[in-house]
Every structure is written in C-alpha cells, then in structure tokens.
Design a protein around this ligand. Structure first.
Ligand code: SF4
Length: 309
C-alpha cells in the first residue's frame, strides 16, 4: 500500500501545541487515552490529575519527548526533498528556544549545589540522536502527512466524549488510513505491547466513528531503539474496544459520584509525584473537590458548598 501522506516511565511524548491545547479542553468531561490509562493503572492518580488537577514536576525525559515531537512536526513543514537528517538537526535549537520558555523547563538544567547535572549540550545532543534515529525508520521525503498533532474527537451515542491528539495521520490515495505515533522511549516487551497499543486503538476507534474507515495500520515508532510496532485493527475489535472504554468511563463516573478513588500501588508509583498524598505511602489525600468536579460538568452525589446551574 502506498501511503502519501513513547515506556514504563512517565514520558509524555507530547508536542508543545498539544500541551497548550490541553488548557483549552472542553468544559465537559471527556476521556483521552492517557487519562483512561491513568484510571486503569491507579484511580487515585486519575483523580489527582483530572479532578484535583494537582501540579506535577516536569522531567528531562518528558521534555525531551516534547522537543523531539516538535522537531518531527516541523520537519514536515519543509518541502519533501529538503527533509534530511541535517535539516532536522537544525530544527532542534529553535524548538528548544520555544520550549525553554515554558514554566519549569529551564529549571530542569539548574543543578542543585554540589550536584553535577547532565549538561544542556549533552541533553540536546541526545534529542538530536533520537531525531536522527527517526530517519532509520521512515523516509520523510516520501511521506506527505494528512494531519500532524491532529485533534480527533467523537461523542459516542451514550454521550461519552472521546478526545485525543494523533501525532501523524497519513491517508493513501485509496483512502486507507495510517495512524503514526512517535515514542522517545524504548520498545515494550511483548507482554506490554497491548498496553502500548491501547492509545492507538483509541485513535483508531475515534477515526472509525468519525470517518467510517478502520485504519489500515497503527504504527508506533520507538526512537530510542530504532524499532517499530505495527498493528492492523478490525471492526469487531474496535467495537469490543469501544465497550471497554465505556466500562472504564462508567467506573470513572461512579468514582466521581461518590468521591471514592482507590490507590493502586504498582511500579508506576516510582514516577508518581503524589506519593506524599497517597494512602499507599502513608499519606492522606485532600478532601474530594466536589465543587470543582461539579463545575467541570461531573455528576456527583456529594454535598456542594456552592450552587451550580
Ligand atoms: S503513588 Fe502509586 S498508588 Fe499512589 S496515587 Fe501515585 S500511582 Fe497511585
């Protein structure tokens, strides 16, 4: 078929545009692949991130993911013949100049006294290496993306709003769709492939429901290893996946209605910013913010201190 057209760590693998767009989320609850994954791994983490909206520290790994995404997005602004490794490398510095203005980013490179931090130069070089590895996986001179950092969303008949950002969407002259996602982490072991594909099936479901076409290929590009994971979903599988998302959403709505979000300890706790507030680590969560939840459009049975319309 000719098409024209990030691990176990808390790498976000998001572009700056997507980070900014998160602030313009709709004023009604919706489900994204990352928030669905949060709830599946730890309901309390979901609450802290989505309902309490507690701040989290940025990490160098996550910021590097954002930087590499920005470079690969801008690479496709160039005429096809000019999409070379050298041209891509020249995009790293300006993308970093933009990114470093975001709160909490520049501070990541200020080492505490007495500690030796990885130099900014070495960190930028590691981002450049990931960009270079991308060229081992694809030839961007032969690809004309249909969409980059594209918001895809659909409201299912039961009212559930699904939203997500696709790194790249390719459409063949035949109408065949390919969904591509860049990961700056390593390729997951076989046992974790299903987890990695969760996000891709989410996009495939939204595209199927909005365009009536089942994506021919879901493709995850692992830039650390220079490896790719591809998958071809079918309609029956997307239908089952839709029911899975509806079940997750029903569980989230029940938890919000009662304020009961359980902590679920796992290896992901090592990267969680909220251990001090987590009962699994001897902490106490703040009272459930029922007012904020109601204001954001959630249904809750908990007493409110302010009237909502
Ligand atoms: S520390 Fe672990 S159990 Fe606690 S909220 Fe974070 S992810 Fe959940």
């Amino acid at each position: 078929m000719t098409l024209t057209a990030e691990t176990g760590t808390q790498e976000t693998d998001q572009s700056p545009a997507r980070t900014a767009a998160a602030d313009s989320a709709p004023r009604r609850p919706s489900l994204s692949p990352s928030r669905a994954a949060d709830f599946k791994s730890c309901p309390l983490l979901y609450r802290f991130r989505t309902i309490d909206r507690l701040p989290e520290k940025k990490s160098r790994a996550a910021v590097r993911g954002t930087l590499v995404h920005a470079v690969l997005e801008k690479l496709y602004d160039l005429p096809a013949a000019e999409r070379t490794v050298a041209a891509a490398q020249t995009l790293v510095a300006p993308a970093w100049d933009e990114l470093r203005e975001e709160p909490g980013v520049a501070e990541l490179f200020e080492a505490p006294e007495g500690e030796q931090a990885e130099s900014l130069e070495a960190w930028l070089a590691s981002a450049g290496q990931l960009v270079e590895t991308y060229f081992r996986l694809e030839d961007p001179t032969r690809i004309q993306p249909h969409g980059r950092e594209e918001l895809v969303e659909v409201t299912l008949p039961d009212g559930l709003l699904l939203r997500g950002y696709v790194d790249r969407l390719d459409v063949a002259p035949t109408g065949a769709l390919r969904v591509v996602d860049y990961k700056t982490g390593g390729m997951p072991r076989e046992a974790f492939e299903a987890k990695a594909l969760f996000q891709m099936k989410f996009y495939a479901l939204v595209l199927w429901r909005t365009r009536g076409v089942v994506a021919a290929q879901l493709k995850l590009l692992y830039l650390k290893d220079g490896d790719a994971l591809t998958y071809a979903p079918d309609e029956a599988e997307l239908l089952r996946f839709e029911r899975t998302l509806q079940a997750i959403w029903a569980a989230i709505e029940r938890a919000v209605a009662t304020g009961d979000f359980r902590a679920n300890k796992s290896r992901l706790c090592s990267w969680c910013d909220h251990q001090a507030l987590c009962p699994a680590f001897g902490g106490t969560p703040p009272p459930f913010p029922a007012d904020a939840a109601a204001a954001a459009g959630w249904r809750t049975t908990l007493p409110l201190t302010v009237a909502t319309d």
